[in-house]
Structure formats: C-alpha cells, structure tokens
Write a protein that binds this ligand. Structure first.
Ligand code: XMP
Length: 541
C-alpha cells in the first residue's frame, strides 16, 4: 500500500492548534497535508483526499470577509469534520445560525454525548442509532456515563462564537448545559462538527475521535508508518539523484543527522557531509558526531575545525545580534570553501521539515509567517548550481525523530534538546573567549549529566548553562575567589514561543551547583533562572 494513497486534507483557518490536528492524524498512521483555507478548488480536487478537516480560527464567521471553505470541498463527496471555527463555518455555509457570545469559553468542559441508549456498538443498526440521536462520530466514545445512560466526555474548549441553530439535515450530537449545540452531524453526507478541540491531550478521548473519523468514517488505512516512510524516502531520493553526488551540511542537530543517516542508506558513497565545528558546540559534541557518523555508520564526513577562525572573528564583539551575524556569515563562508573542494557535486541536501514548509507557504490573507533565518546553509557559490534534496519535507519533528531511531541513530542524539545555530556564542554574554567557552561547556555538561541522571532531561524541553561575565566574590577553603557566575536555565514548552521555567527539585539544583563550583576552576557561584517567556526569552541573548 502506497503511504500517500489514503490521505486527509486539513484546511488551516489560522488556529494555533492546526498543526496538532495534523500530528494526531499522522500518529494514527494516515498521511495528511495542511493547506491554507484559501487554496483554489483545482488544488483541492487534485489532492483527492478521502476526508477533509476544517481547523479552528481566531476569526469570527459573523465578520464580513472572514474565511470560508473552498466550494470544491463540498463537491468532493467525502466526509468533512469541522473543529470549532470549522464547525461554525460549516453550519453557516449550510444555512445554520452562528452568533457571537459575550463570554468566551476557554478550558475544560464536560460534554454529554447524545443518544438515549448505552450498550454495545451496532445494536439496532445505523437507522436505530440515528433515530436515537447517536452519531457515527461519537458513538461509544466516552469517559463516563451519567445516571441516564448518556456518555460524558472531558474536553477542551476555546471559542467565542457558537452555533445557535443547526442547518437543515443536521442533528445535535453533543452538548453542555451552557452550550446546547456542542457538536453536530449530517450522517447522510457524513459532515460533522465539534465545538471542542479533540486534538489537545486535555480532550482525553481525542485520539479515538480522530481515529473514528479518519479510519472508520473516511476509510483510511494505516500506511503512514516509520518503516514505510523510510522506504518511500529512499526510493524517491534514488530516483531524484540517480548516480549523482550529494553534499550535506551536518550540524549534529536532529534534522541534519537524520538526513545523513537516511541518505547514507539510500545512496551510500554518493553522499559527502561537511561538518563545520565552530568551536561553540557542546562538550565533546564534535567528536560525538564523528564517532556516530564516520566511525559507526561509515558516512563520508569532512570535519572542518574552524574554532580559531570563529574566535578571531568574534574578538571584541559583544552585541548579541552582531555576534549572530558574524557566526552565520562565517559559517556559510567556511562551508562554501570546503564544499568547493569536493568534485562533481550536483545536489545539496537540507533538513527542511514540514513545519518550515507550512510556515513559508501560509495563507495569502496575512497569516503571520515565521521564517527561520538561522543556520541554514543557503549561500553556496552560484557556479555550483546545486539542486536541492529535502527528504524530510513532509515530516513533523516527532516523525523525524521516530525515523531517526528506526535508522539506528542513538536515542540520546535523536531526542536531544534544541541547540541554537550560533551555539555557545549566544550563551556567553558579551565577548566570546575560548576560556569562557571551555568553562561554559563543562558547566553545561555537568548540568545535563545531572538532569539525565535524575530523570529530568526528558521532562524539560530545553536546559542549558549560561556564562555571565560579571565577577562575584566566593570563598573556598582559605581562599577568596573573585570570578564569573554560571546561570542554569531549564524550561518546559510546547512551541518555544512561550515557556515556563522548570520547577527542578532543590536537591538536583544543589548537586549541580556543588559540582560546578567544585569541579570547574573559574566559577564563583551558580544561579537558577526563574523567568518565564514572556517576559524573558529562552536564551539570554
Ligand atoms: P528565544 O531565546 O527566542 O528562543 O526564546 C526560542 C528558541 O529558539 C532558539 N534560538 C535560536 N536558534 N539560532 C537558532 O538556531 C538562533 O540565533 C537562536 N536564538 C534562539 C532557542 O534555543 C530556543 O529553542
């Protein structure tokens, strides 16, 4: 079975949660793509989905000029599921009434799933179920049952507008005391609407609801699996590259590492990786990259030790943005110089992943685009005229990680916290010196080692040490020290746009603090950063 044959189209109306819908569907083994709501009818038809999901939105259906569903969606004859705004826009399209409400509802709600009997699936057949009010979508899915035998679901709501009158042909399938129309269905056309967000984990039965929709109602198989994704990617790379030669900038990060492992499997010796070590990497990171790729997997990797060049370029520079620019520009320069030495290269591989593709596509009507500027190898000499190979373009980060593990990369590498392109360059406040980098590397290593030992590494999204060039007085034994400070930072976040500081146990912080001051000369004290984002950013610079 082709991994792309059964697919779901997700139309993005601008909710923060749309990518989460896509990830839920993919986790169910079904390929899906996310497109802006204003794609044209021809694209909808050409995609040929087995079902369509309409996302939520911060917009109001009641406002003039607000987003609508492409007409082709209603002409495909496939099931459609509208979530929140998606339900409202569906109701509006078919003649229902949507009204703004003065109170926004946000957070937990308990909804009642409609239908007056509770028992094994299928009793009485579809007609009986329909007569009794049960929907194909929610039938038998519940967290609890109330005294009258109705199923109850714990869900997560976030909306202002609400449907107050159903369109003809639709019935109510879920409600709360405050929201009588929390779900609707037209079983004949297989159109469904849910006012709550089934894609967030607070909606405990969310995965079952999406599974019911994509597997049972749309009839999609479960072809989208790591092993099959790898086989498909390998076949496509081989078809694209033929006997050509591919160049890859390996950074040690998750994406480029997975591309390296995948391309090595696909084309072996036709791949050459260039690994630019700018001297601002984590403890022994460069050696680790070489050990895994060159020694263990047998990938052709050229390691460029450019530490001295980067430190020279950064001498005397303390402004964070100036440091970023210098590191970024020099990185491209060094990469280009090395690449130019490799003969007969026709392709450049990149670790572009699906969120990058979605963010740079976006909707024509002004959705904010987040554009990554960092660390992309984009400045190859014009004369090289390389064609791009981007085998991860369809994958979310969690999928990249899964195939990384499947390809034999160490779990520790694949599930590593993100690390900024400019590396320790933005974690040494002010001027970057070799001494500061060496001190910070050791402090960071101790912190991460202790986090892992205590089982906290995977509970935090990003954790690291920061070098503060302010001197503070300390005392050890009989001696008085007057030396720099190390700050520790650990955050929990979903999207890195907002973050909470991690409430690490005092005992753990205590061990880190003692080890850092005792094992590293040149640190007088250790502090823990208790700032959230906002107002602070995750990095200190
Ligand atoms: P901030 O500090 O903006 O960080 O809250 C959000 C996320 O972005 C990472 N970050 C960077 N990544 N180049 C990168 O590749 C950069 O210049 C850069 N600055 C911040 C940061 O580590 C966090 O994950």
């Amino acid at each position: 079975m082709n991994i792309h044959s059964d697919k779901i189209l997700i139309l993005d109306f601008g909710s923060q949660l749309t990518q989460l819908i896509a990830r839920r569907v993919r986790e169910l083994g079904v390929y899906c793509e996310l497109h802006p709501w204003d794609i044209d009818d021809a694209t909808v038809r050409a995609f040929a989905p087995k079902g369509v999901i309409l996302s939520g939105s911060p917009e109001s259906v009641c406002a003039a000029g607000s987003p609508r569903v492409p007409q082709a969606v209603w002409e495909l004859g496939v099931p459609v599921l509208g979530i929140c705004y998606g339900m409202q826009v569906m109701a509006h399209h078919f003649g229902g009434v949507v009204e703004p409400h003065d109170q926004k509802e946000f957070g937990y709600a308990e909804i009642t799933v409609h239908g007056d009997f509770h028992g094994s699936d299928g009793i009485g057949g579809t007609d009986t179920l329909r007569a009794r009010g049960h929907s194909q979508l929610l039938r038998g899915i519940e967290d609890r049952v109330n005294e009258e035998g109705h199923g109850l679901l714990d869900v997560w709501m976030s909306h202002g507008d609400r449907v107050v009158k159903l369109p003809d042909g639709f019935k109510c399938i879920a409600s709360t005391p405050d929201l009588p129309l929390a779900g609707m269905a037209d079983e004949t056309r297989r159109y469904y609407g849910l006012q709550f967000h089934a894609e967030v984990t607070h909606t405990r039965q969310g995965a079952r609801i999406y599974s019911r929709f994509v597997h049972e109602i749309c009839g999609c198989g479960e072809a989208w699996k790591p092993g099959s994704i790898i086989d498909d990617a390998i076949a496509r790379v081989r078809a694209q590259v033929g006997d050509g030669h591919v160049l890859l900038g390996l950074s040690g990060g998750v994406d480029s590492s997975v591309v390296a492992a995948l391309l090595h499997k696909a084309i072996g010796a036709q791949l050459t990786c260039v690994f630019v070590d700018h001297g601002l990497l984590r403890h022994q990171e460069g050696d680790q990259v070489m050990r895994i790729f060159a020694d263990h997997l047998g990938v052709k990797v050229i390691r460029v030790n450019a530490e001295a060049r980067f430190l020279a370029a950064l001498k005397g520079v303390s402004d964070p943005e100036a440091k970023r620019k210098i590191i970024g520009k020099l990185f491209v320069e060094v990469f280009d110089e090395e690449s130019a030495k490799i003969p007969n290269v026709q392709f450049l591989a990149q670790g572009t992943i699906y969120p990058d593709v979605i963010e740079s596509a976006g909707s024509k009507t002004g959705k904010a685009h987040v554009i990554k500027s960092h660390h992309n190898v984009g400045g190859l000499p014009e004369h090289m005229k390389l064609k791009l190979v981007e085998p991860l373009r369809e994958l979310f980060k969690d999928e990249v990680r899964k195939i990384g593990v499947e390809l034999g990369l160490p779990h520790e590498m694949v599930y590593r916290h993100p690390f900024p392109g400019p590396g320790l360059g933005v974690r040494i406040l002010g001027e970057v010196t070799k001494q500061a980098a060496d001190t910070l590397r050791l402090a960071d290593h101790i912190f991460i080692e202790e986090l892992r030992r205590a089982g906290w590494y995977d509970k935090t999204s990003q954790a690291f040490a920061v070098f503060l060039p302010v001197k503070s007085v300390g005392v050890t034994g009989d001696g008085r020290r007057y030396e720099p400070v190390i700050a520790l930072r650990a955050v929990e976040t979903i999207d890195f746009m907002t973050a909470h500081w991690a409430h690490l146990p005092y005992e753990l912080l205590d061990v880190c603090s003692r080890r850092i001051v005792n094992e590293i000369s040149g640190v007088s004290r250790v502090v823990y950063d208790i700032s959230g984002k906002p107002p602070a950013t995750i990095e200190w610079e």
